[in-house]
Design a protein around this ligand. Structure first.
Ligand SMILES: [Zn+2]
Length: 127
């Protein structure tokens, strides 16, 4: 039984994968245009499409920061990764909370739009 060898992202140390700590880092791409269309917004809202949701989320928040990033999986040796696990759990929790709030916001927006449409139609019929 053999394991894949992984190279530490920070110091270049090589060891088998179980001895390494997997880490997701954010890489600055600086070039991608994070634009979203109505189709993505629709998919994010009604189909719970994670990819489309991320695209819409990214386009709004990334445009404010003018920074385009993507995630990359790297490995670190235990020395370099020391203390990192705790921070990553907090970061993960904050990210999940952020996504949760964002989904609530998107749904509330569409419910409001539908409600306005219905009330408009109703008011037309009452004339
Ligand atoms: Zn290292």
């Amino acid at each position: 039984m053999s394991y894949t060898k992984r190279t530490c992202h920070k110091c270049g140390y090589r060891d088998i994968q179980p001895n390494m700590v997997q880490k997701t880092i954010t890489v600055d791409t600086g070039s991608s245009k994070a634009a979203f269309d109505k189709k993505s917004l629709f998919a994010a809202t009604f189909l719970d499409d994670k990819k489309a949701g991320a695209q819409v989320h990214k386009s709004i928040f990334a445009n404010n920061k003018r920074k385009y990033t993507r995630n990359k999986t790297v490995y670190e040796c235990r020395d370099c990764a020391g203390g990192w696990v705790q921070r990553s759990k907090l970061g993960e929790a904050l990210h999940k909370f952020d996504v949760f709030l964002w989904k609530l916001f998107v749904r509330a927006f569409w419910i409001m739009v539908i409600f306005l449409c219905i009330s408009f139609v109703m008011s037309q019929q009452n004339v």
